[in-house]
Design a protein around this ligand. Sequence first.
Ligand SMILES: Cc1cc2nc3c(=O)[nH]c(=O)nc-3n(C[C@H](O)[C@H](O)[C@H](O)COP(=O)(O)OP(=O)(O)OC[C@H]3O[C@@H](n4cnc5c(N)ncnc54)[C@H](O)[C@@H]3O)c2cc1C
Length: 357
Amino acid sequence: MPSLTIVGGGVAGLALAATLDPATYDVTLVERSPGAGRVPTAFGIWPFALEALARVGLADGLRSRGLRLASGLITADSARRPVATTQDVEVWLVARPALLELLGAAVPGTVAREERHVDDPGALTGDLVVAADGARSVVRRRVWGDEPRDIGVVAVRGVLETPPDAPLDRMHEFWGDGMLFGVGPDPLPAGPGTNWYASARRRGASPEEGLAWAREAYAGFPALVRDALAAATPEQTVVNPILESRRPRGLVRGRYVLVGDAAHAMSPNLGRGACEAMVDAIVLGEALNAHGPEGVRRYERARLRAGQRTRVASGLARRLALAPRAGRVAVAAAAAGGRRGHRGGRLEAWDASDPSR
Ligand SMILES: Cc1cc2nc3c(=O)[nH]c(=O)nc-3n(C[C@H](O)[C@H](O)[C@H](O)COP(=O)(O)OP(=O)(O)OC[C@H]3O[C@@H](n4cnc5c(N)ncnc54)[C@H](O)[C@@H]3O)c2cc1C
């Protein structure tokens, strides 16, 4: 039986282990810190990822743990300016621990689990070694000779136990000259809470520093933003430097295969990284089940361009969102004609002073 070692038990590694046929592969999953991630921030799960989860029988489980979003708003820096809204999209929000628990429960008991940090991918056993070890992948560094770029932007984000003072099916982003703040619901086990995130051109910081900075930087923003930051605590706040991969020539090198952020670490502005990671993993697992270890080439053909396209689009979205006058650009684009957004979303402009919205 061919053997396969997966480095990393995040969304990509778990989705792959859950997809592989245990009667066909002898699988080992190596994760340095299972269950890590102290703050249950939310992921947006888009239809293309839900379709892949449906193929492995996990879409209903995701819906039952998630909360459906009906719309997303972008508001220019002052709440009195018009805003843009996306509608007609089926996006589900799920807390990261709930997603990991769903994927983890689907991993067959035959998968051997090892809890350790991998320093040397060359020392791993396995006919195939799958790098699901995230943006700072040791496999990508050692085998591809490649490091991600720190683009000098951080995301300060956190969770509150109470929901925002806004509709529970809406994400709201505020864009202002070089600033971005997002706030929406978070489907926590005890009931809906708040998921918030702030983005800025600066280097890393501790949660205390990140929160202090955000409170000062967003003091002039609307009450929804100020209230979230006033209620936030350092214990429920994380600061992530944003890393972007370079384009790899291929996803397969010898016995090594890249999936998820190891293949395409991206800016979080489109909320697609975990979605692409799960689709990579499920497509790879399906190709290996159907075609044996040679299935890696089918996976590469199916997924190389798709992941890199989203990485590039996410970088463009970040530049637009953090550009001077970004809110007004978004509104102008929306006003130019109700364009179609990504996979079915519709972008419109409307006047924020209209109390019915
Ligand atoms: C602010 C922010 C918001 C985001 N919002 C969204 C969103 O709304 N929707 C969405 O789809 N995506 C979102 N993402 C992106 C998402 O977080 C990532 O794309 C996704 O987590 C990638 O999954 P992965 O499994 O490839 O990597 P990771 O989640 O990074 O998992 C890698 C795993 O490998 C383990 N590991 C790493 N190195 C080693 C080693 N040497 N030895 C052993 N184990 C190792 C780690 O402990 C980790 O568990 C967001 C990201 C950020 C920063």
